[in-house]
Design a protein around this ligand. Structure first.
Ligand SMILES: [Zn+2]
Length: 345
């Protein structure tokens, strides 16, 4: 009898332990990895393909999963690394200059060919904006939306990013998963920006200070700007709308760094014309030529020759004219951060 009682007791103990384990291992507690998936968006293709941002997929994450998927790093590690844009030692000498800066979004495999061209001409003023929650993601729908299913949109894996492919150029934030920020809670916006910045810092060894708004200027709002300034170290936000469309001069400096409008998109029909106009202009005050795009556009519109022409033109102009200064987005920010406010006071 005593033997049976011992057996029953042992069974009860095992049952209790099993129940405990099941609670502890509840699937609800496991990290949500669905954010890494990249479902095709339901949005219709944009009417004006040239120079538009890659469409953004609808956010699918539940608010309740937010705290369980963070990849927190200690603030100690964050504060020890230098800020982006300070390593080239570019300074202002009190005379007006003509600054040229380039930006490419999404961190996709065409970036390697662009960098090969830029290295050939010694042009290093390009900033690449990456999404560190989408390592290796294949957005085949981007090419399909342009009627070019042969054109890839494949992001670099973490291992590729760590291999030094972006050496000599700047890498900054494009949010973790490229969501439509205006549709997210403040906590989600913070996580999207902060985690991307933390991952970039871990990979590249410097602290990002800027971002490119994902999905273009229809996908963020002023509330997002306030949230990002209050909860992250990001101090500029690169836009997609041409500055002339915002009532600014085509070569003007940004009014606010968090709404930094470019001169033009690379795929705009007049981008080379604008560059030549900028190079020829008298330099009586600080001016900026800021062109942006994506590597996949060069495949879609067969504009690799145009890109090489642009880079060669920039290299030759900088060589011939001391007033022309090549800067990455972060380098420009560091030069002007004391004069141009991040946002409205
Ligand atoms: Zn993008």
């Amino acid at each position: 009898m005593k033997k049976y009682l011992t057996l029953i007791l042992a069974f009860c103990v095992i049952a209790a332990l099993t129940a405990l384990c099941m609670t502890a291992c509840d699937p609800a507690d496991t990290p949500d990895t669905t954010a890494e998936d990249t479902p095709a968006p339901t949005d219709a293709p944009t009417e004006e393909p040239a120079g538009t941002e890659a469409p953004t997929e609808a956010p699918t994450e539940e608010e309740t999963t937010v705290e369980e998927t963070t990849e927190e790093v200690t603030t100690e590690a964050v504060t020890e690394t230098p800020e982006a844009g300070l390593d080239h030692g570019i300074v202002r000498d009190g005379t007006p200059k003509k600054y040229i800066t380039i930006r490419m979004d999404d961190g996709i495999t065409q970036d390697a060919r662009m960098m090969e061209i830029m290295r050939k001409y010694g042009v290093d003023c390009c900033t690449f904006y990456i999404n560190t929650g989408l390592y290796g993601a294949n957005w085949a729908w981007v090419g399909q939306q342009f009627g070019r299913p042969d054109v890839t949109h494949i992001r670099y894996t973490r291992a590729e990013l760590e291999s030094g492919i972006y050496d000599g150029f700047d890498v900054e934030c494009h949010t973790r998963t490229h969501p439509s920020l205006k549709n997210l809670s403040e906590r989600q916006v913070t996580r999207e920006v902060k985690n991307d910045a933390e991952n970039i810092e871990k990979i590249f060894g410097y602290k990002p200070i800027g971002m490119a708004w994902p999905g273009g200027d229809t996908e963020w709002n002023e509330g997002n700007i306030t949230t990002i300034l209050e909860t992250t170290d990001i101090r500029y936000g690169s836009c997609t709308t041409r500055n002339t469309q915002m009532g600014l001069g085509k070569f003007s400096l940004p009014q606010y760094f968090m709404t930094w409008y470019p001169t033009c998109g690379f795929s705009d029909a007049d981008s080379l014309t604008l560059l030549n106009e900028f190079i020829a202009a008298d330099c009586t005050e600080d001016m900026l030529f800021y062109v942006w795009g994506h590597g996949y556009e060069l495949d879609i519109f067969n504009t690799w020759d145009k890109f090489e022409t642009m880079i060669r033109t920039i290299a030759e102009a900088a060589e011939a004219d001391d007033s022309i200064v090549l800067v990455t987005n972060a380098e420009f920010y560091q030069l002007f951060k004391d004069e141009i406010p991040a946002w409205k006071e």
